[in-house]
Design a protein around this ligand. Structure first.
Ligand code: GUN
Length: 286
C-alpha cells in the first residue's frame, strides 16, 4: 500500500482484513453448520475495557463470528473468574477465549491466563504461545504485535537488516514485537523505562515502535529522518485518546507514521478476528 501523506491508514488495512475474514467465516459456517465463536469475559466496569469489549463484539458481529459474553462484577473472587474462564473454555461454541485485561485490583491474572489452553488462547497470552513465537514455531502471537507486522508488510517496509527500536518490554506487546522483528532479520533494540538516554537509541531506528503508554513521549528530535514510526500507545486523556508519538511534529521527520486513533488499534481487532477464524478451522480439524 502506498501513501501520499506519509500517514499509515490502519482503518483501511483493517477493513480489507475484515472483508477477507468475513468470506472465511462464511466458508467455515457452510462447512461446519456453525459460526466460529469468540468467548469473552469482562470483569468489573473499567470504562476503557468496556469500550474495547464492545468494539470487539461489534467487529465479530460484522463478520459473522458469534460472541459468547460473560460479565462479572468488580468484586468477583479469583475463583469466580477462574470458573467462568473454564466455562468458556469448555463451551463447544467457543473457538477462542479472551479475558479482557487488566483485571480489577486484587485479582491475579496469571492463573487466568494459564486456564485458557494454548489452542483456545486467541490473545496469545499463554506462555506456550509466547514460547512458540520465541521459537519461530506455529502458535498464536499476541494480536497487537501481529497486527503491526501486517501493517509493516502492507506498506512494504523493509525489515531485513533494518535497525528497529522497540520502546516497551511487556510480555503481551513489547517482547513479542521484538521477537517478530528479529525473526525478519531486523537488528532489534528493546528499550524500557530504565533505558539510559532513550533518544540516543531511538535516533538509530529505521523502524521505531513505541508501546510505552506515555502520551507525547516520542518527540521529533528522537526520530531519524526518513524513519518509519509505529505508535502502539493509547492513553485516554481529558483531551481524548493520545498516542506515545507527538504526531504532528514527527510526521515532518518520518517517512511513515501511524496515527492514534486509526493506526494500530483497528489492526488489533482485525487480527483478533483473523485468529478466531484460524482457531476455529484448527479445532474443527482436530
Ligand atoms: N487489554 C488491552 N488490550 C488487550 C488485549 O489485546 N486483550 C485482552 N484480553 N485484554 C487487553
Amino acid at each position: 500500500m502506498t501513501t501520499n501523506d506519509g500517514v499509515i491508514d490502519g482503518t483501511a488495512v483493517a477493513a480489507r482484513i475484515r472483508a477477507t475474514v468475513g468470506a472465511g467465516v462464511q466458508a467455515f459456517s457452510a462447512e461446519h453448520g456453525r459460526a466460529p465463536g469468540l468467548g469473552t469475559l469482562l470483569v468489573g466496569d473499567n470504562p476503557a475495557s468496556r469500550t474495547y469489549v464492545r468494539m470487539k463484539h461489534r467487529a465479530c458481529a460484522e463478520v459473522g463470528i458469534e460472541s459468547i459474553h460473560h460479565v462479572l462484577p468488580a468484586d468477583a473472587s479469583q475463583e469466580d473468574v477462574l470458573r467462568v474462564t473454564q466455562e468458556l473454555v469448555a463451551d463447544p461454541r467457543v473457538d477462542g477465549v479472551l479475558v479482557q485485561m487488566p483485571l480489577p485490583a486484587g485479582l491475579d491474572p496469571e492463573p487466568v491466563i494459564l486456564a485458557v489452553p494454548p489452542e483456545k488462547d486467541v490473545d496469545g497470552f499463554h506462555p506456550f504461545n509466547l514460547g512458540s513465537v520465541a521459537s519461530e514455531l506455529p502458535g498464536t502471537p499476541s494480536c497487537t504485535p501481529a497486527g503491526v507486522m501486517t501493517l509493516l508488510d502492507t506498506y512494504g517496509v523493509e525489515l531485513a537488516g533494518a535497525d528497529a527500536v522497540v520502546i516497551g518490554r511487556s510480555r503481551t506487546v513489547g517482547m513479542p514485537m521484538a521477537l517478530l522483528l528479529l525473526h525478519r532479520n531486523a537488528t532489534v533494540t528493546v528499550t524500557h523505562l530504565l533505558t539510559k538516554d532513550l533518544a540516543a537509541k531511538t535516533r538509530t531506528a529505521d523502524v521505531l515502535i513505541s508501546a510505552a503508554g506515555a502520551p507525547g513521549l516520542v518527540t521529533a528530535d528522537m526520530v531519524k529522518p526518513g524513519a518509519v514510526v509505529i505508535d502502539i500507545g493509547i492513553t485516554r486523556t481529558p483531551e481524548g485518546l493520545r498516542g506515545d508519538v507527538d504526531f504532528d511534529a514527527v510526521r515532518e521527520v518520518a517517512s511513515l507514521v501511524s496515527p492514534v486513533p486509526g493506526g494500530v488499534g483497528p489492526m488489533t481487532i482485525a487480527t483478533l478476528l483473523e485468529t478466531t477464524l484460524r482457531l476455529a478451522w484448527d479445532r474443527a480439524a482436530r
